[in-house]
Design a protein around this ligand. Structure first.
Ligand SMILES: Nc1nc2c(c(=O)[nH]1)N[C@H]1C(S)=C(S)[C@@H](COP(=O)(O)OP(=O)(O)OC[C@H]3O[C@@H](n4cnc5c(N)ncnc54)[C@H](O)[C@@H]3O)O[C@H]1N2
Ligand code: MOO
Length: 277
C-alpha cells in the first residue's frame, strides 16, 4: 500500500513530458510555457506622460510660457528640446520631450489668448516637483526581464504580457490526449432509464473526461469494457496504439477473479504501485 501523495509523486516522476511545440501566442491560452519569455525592450520604451497637460521644467515654476511643441501619443515631439522658459503640450501616454522633467496637468493651467507674437501660450498655475506625472523608461518592465517563466500556465493576463513584449510565437507543451475507459459488467450507459438488478450507471467515465477537459487535455471516450480479458486487452491495445498520451481506467484492479487491468498493465510495462491508501 502507498499513500495518495506518494502515488502522485511516482506518477509525476515516471511520466514523460511531451515535446514542446511553437504556436502563435493567441493559441497558447490554457497551455503551459516550455520556455522563459523576456522583454526585448523596456516598458514604457520612452518617458511617458501620465496626464494630459504640459511638459515643463519643474524649476521654472508658475508663469506664462510659450508652447514649443505638441507631443501626442504616437511620435510627435521627438527632436524637440524643452528649454527653460518653454513648455510642450503632452497627452496621456505620449512621449515627454527631452529637457522637460515634469508634467503639469491641464486642470492646473489656463490658455492665454494673446498670440500676437505667433506663439501659443499657456499659464502654469501651480508649482510641480521633478518627475511628477512622468513614467520613467522601464518603470513597468525593465529590458531583458523574464516576464514569464517556463512552466507557467498561460491565461488571459499572460497573453497580454506576451503581446506587450512582442512574443508572437511561443514554445508550449501540447495538450495531452487522455483516453478514459470504465470497466465492469455492472456498468451501463448513464442514458439507461431502467436499471436491471445488479446494474449501475457509469459515472466515473463522465467525471474523468470532465476533469481532463478542465485540465485542458484532449479526450477520447472509450466507454465501458466488460469484465472479459480479451475485450479489455483489445480496447486497451487499440487505445495505446492510436497514440493517446494517457489512458485512465477505472475498476478491475482489486482482488477479484475478473480484475484483469493490473495483469494487463504488468504484461505491457512496469507496475509502479498497485494499492493506494
Ligand atoms: N489632465 C488629466 N489627464 C489625465 C487624467 C486626468 O484626470 N487629468 N486622468 C488619467 C487617467 S486616470 C486615465 S485612466 C487616462 C485615460 O486616458 P485615455 O482613456 O485617453 O487612455 P489612453 O491615453 O488612450 O491610454 C492610457 C495609457 O494606456 C496605454 N494604452 C492605451 N491603449 C493601449 C493598448 N491597446 N495596449 C497597450 N497600451 C495601451 C497608452 O499608451 C497610455 O499610456 O487619462 C489620464 N490622464
Ligand atoms: O481613473 Mo483612470 O483609472 O486610471 O480611469
Amino acid at each position: 500500500m502507498i499513500s495518495v501523495d506518494d502515488a502522485l509523486t511516482t506518477v509525476l516522476r515516471v511520466a514523460g513530458r511531451l515535446e514542446p511545440v511553437t504556436v502563435p501566442f493567441h493559441e497558447a491560452v490554457g497551455l503551459v510555457l516550455a520556455e522563459d519569455v523576456r522583454a526585448p525592450d523596456p516598458l514604457p520604451p520612452y518617458r511617458a506622460s501620465v496626464k494630459d497637460g504640459y511638459a515643463v521644467i519643474a524649476s521654472d515654476g508658475p508663469g506664462e510660457y510659450p508652447l514649443i511643441t505638441e507631443s501626442r501619443a504616437g511620435n510627435d515631439g521627438v527632436d524637440v528640446m524643452v528649454i527653460p522658459g518653454t513648455v510642450a503640450y503632452v497627452t496621456t501616454g505620449g512621449p515627454i520631450p527631452d529637457g522637460a522633467d515634469a508634467v503639469v496637468q491641464v486642470e492646473d493651467t489656463e490658455q492665454v489668448n494673446d498670440t500676437s507674437d505667433g506663439l501659443r501660450r499657456v499659464r502654469i498655475l501651480g508649482r510641480v516637483s521633478q518627475g511628477l506625472d512622468i513614467r520613467p523608461v522601464g518603470c513597468d518592465i525593465e529590458k531583458d526581464t523574464v516576464v514569464l517563466k517556463s512552466g507557467e500556465l498561460v491565461g488571459n493576463s499572460e497573453i497580454g504580457l506576451l503581446a506587450t513584449v512582442g512574443a508572437t510565437m511561443v514554445k508550449v507543451y501540447p495538450r495531452p490526449t487522455v483516453a478514459v475507459l470504465s470497466t465492469g459488467d455492472e456498468l451501463v450507459d448513464p442514458k439507461t432509464k431502467h436499471l436491471n438488478r445488479g446494474q449501475i450507471r457509469d459515472s466515473n467515465c463522465a467525471m474523468l473526461l470532465a476533469a481532463a477537459i478542465q485540465e485542458q487535455c484532449k479526450v477520447v471516450d472509450l466507454g465501458i469494457a466488460h469484465d472479459r480479458e480479451e475485450d479489455l486487452e483489445r480496447i486497451m491495445d487499440s487505445a495505446l496504439s492510436s497514440g493517446v498520451d494517457i489512458l485512465l481506467t477505472s475498476g478491475g484492479v482489486s482482488m477479484g477473479d475478473r480484475d484483469f487491468v493490473k495483469p494487463y498493465l504488468g504484461k505491457k510495462g512496469t507496475l509502479h504501485f498497485d494499492r493506494v491508501d
